[in-house]
Design a binder for this molecule. Structure first.
Ligand code: GDP
Ligand code: IMO
Ligand code: MG
Length: 424
């Protein structure tokens, strides 16, 4: 394997967890580079289902080093819960490392996430309410608290005092809700610090020295490109660098350290939360996909909005990530539909275009133009060789490749590690 970025190619939940777990069989190090416990990555191994929110999906391989990277925001209570859950189920967390630089999600971040959403009313983003946006905002404002400070009680006490004075002013004077207790937060967080301290490390050097030693590093992205703070459907996005470039920013590795960039794309499209979604199907097709694909959020349990594959959006994703290939996932879910549609272009301002308009507001006024392809009825979940797929499924995959301009190198036909087709 080479040093490989795995990046979500749509609006998240593309089965990055499954593909990272599959590829991690050949990795020495898996490092997550962005987001926090807004992510929910599902891995199914040996009949057991694991839902990981902060810890990289390589953790189920006992000898793999798994790093919570600099670019992540860490809710330490959630992290400790995830560590305990893994160990109670017999998984080893010996290889877990947590970056000194990752920022800490505090109780006021979670509270403000909800309050800011409520203030937005009809323009609410539909966040996961995990404090992600407020934590990244503090990082950019240079008042965030990092893991290095969390594990040093004196520094943590001082940083908490500074921050809580400001946050309590905002809570009480702007939002008119009760202030948070300094002592409660201090005691709770010092408890978490004790548990995570043994795993905290200077992770930049671990990744860098691994690469220099010829080890294989997998960079695990969270969310999807269209939720990226710069390249997504702003303001209906998350607050981190989701795109492949975020792997460099969030781990301290230069672009020359990367060999391969795999986009993970569903065979259709889903989105959780508000914002544009040109190919959304609020009808029987959308319901069919939601029920067959179990399209309910891994983190919040919300029903995911479902629709056809959008090749205009995917082509954009190929471009902004420099994708070398696509892993096409959940292909089995499309089985049983008579006709499948792929959006190949939009009509915007009366003109046909295969590009996104640049201003996301304008996408609301664009109409998708669809290619129609015949479906298949066979269950494909046990197929392991591309040639054995029904002819219509092969034609669907080939049409996707033509439309997006990069090969589909991996096809996922089920949630289990082994439900995977590798193409030559
Ligand atoms: P992630 O956030 O990108 O890791 O994706 P999620 O784990 O949130 O959502 C993907 C869902 O699809 C999970 O429930 C997976 O177990 C499931 N899954 C993954 N690959 C496949 C597949 O090829 N077919 C089917 N039917 N389910 C899959
Ligand atoms: P994974 O890694 C799908 C969405 C939220 C909301 C927006 C902002 O499992 O693919 P945030 O809480 O980040 O401020 O919410 O982003 N969102 C996701 N949607 N999968 C995710 O992660 C997501 N993480 C955030 O629903 O629309
Ligand atoms: Mg998910």
């Amino acid at each position: 394997m080479a040093n490989t970025i795995v990046v979500g190619a749509q609006w998240g939940d593309e089965a990055k967890g499954k593909i990272v777990d599959f590829l991690a069989a050949d990795a020495d190090i898996v490092v997550r580079y962005n987001g926090g416990n807004n992510a929910g990555h599902t891995v199914v191994v040996g009949g057991e289902t694991y839902k990981l929110h902060l810890i990289p999906c390589g953790i189920l391989y006992p000898d793999t080093i798994c790093i919570i990277g600099d670019g992540q925001v860490v809710d330490p209570g959630v992290l400790v819960g995830e560590m305990d859950d893994l160990t109670s189920r017999g998984a080893s967390i010996e290889g877990l490392k947590i970056s000194l630089n990752a920022h800490v999600i505090m109780p006021y971040h979670r509270l403000l996430d909800g309050l800011e959403e409520r203030r937005k009313g009809g323009k609410a983003i539909g966040t996961t309410n995990r404090g992600i946006g407020p934590a990244y905002a503090d990082k950019a404002s240079r008042i965030g608290i990092r893991v290095a400070e969390l594990i040093d009680p004196d520094r943590f006490r001082a940083r908490l005092a500074e921050n809580l004075a400001l946050k309590n002013d905002i809570l009480t004077k702007v939002y008119e809700v009760p202030a948070l207790s300094f002592d409660d937060i201090l005691n709770e967080y010092l408890g978490y610090a004790e548990k995570i301290r043994p795993y905290v490390a200077n992770t930049n050097y671990i990744v860098h020295e691994g690469i220099m030693a010829g080890k294989d590093v997998l960079f695990e992205g969270a969310q999807g490109t269209l939720l990226d703070i710069d390249y997504g459907t702003y303001p209906y996005v998350t607050s981190s660098h989701v795109v492949a470039g975020g792997a460099c920013l969030g781990t301290g590795v230069g672009p020359m350290g990367i060999d391969r960039v795999i986009g993970i794309g569903k065979s259709y499209t889903t989105r959780v939360g508000a914002g544009v979604f040109p190919t959304e199907q609020i009808n029987k097709v959308g319901e069919y996909i939601r029920e067959k694909g179990h399209e309910y959020g891994t983190t919040t349990g919300r029903a995911r909005r479902c629709g056809w594959l959008d090749a205009v959006a995917l082509r954009y994703t190929v471009m902004v990530n420099g994708l070398s290939e696509l892993a096409l996932t959940l292909l089995d879910v499309l089985g049983g539909l008579d006709t499948l549609k792929i959006c190949r272009a939009y009509i915007c301002n009366g003109e046909e275009t295969d590009k996104l308009p640049g201003d996301w507001e304008a996408v609301n006024d664009c109409t998708p133009i669809y290619d129609e392809l015949p479906g298949w009825t066979e269950d494909i979940s046990t197929i392991r060789d591309f040639d054995d797929l029904p002819a219509n499924a092969k034609a669907y995959v080939r049409r996707v490749e033509e439309l997006i301009g990069v090969p589909v190198s991996i096809i996922s036909v089920g949630p289990h590690r082994e439900d995977t087709i590798i193409r030559d």
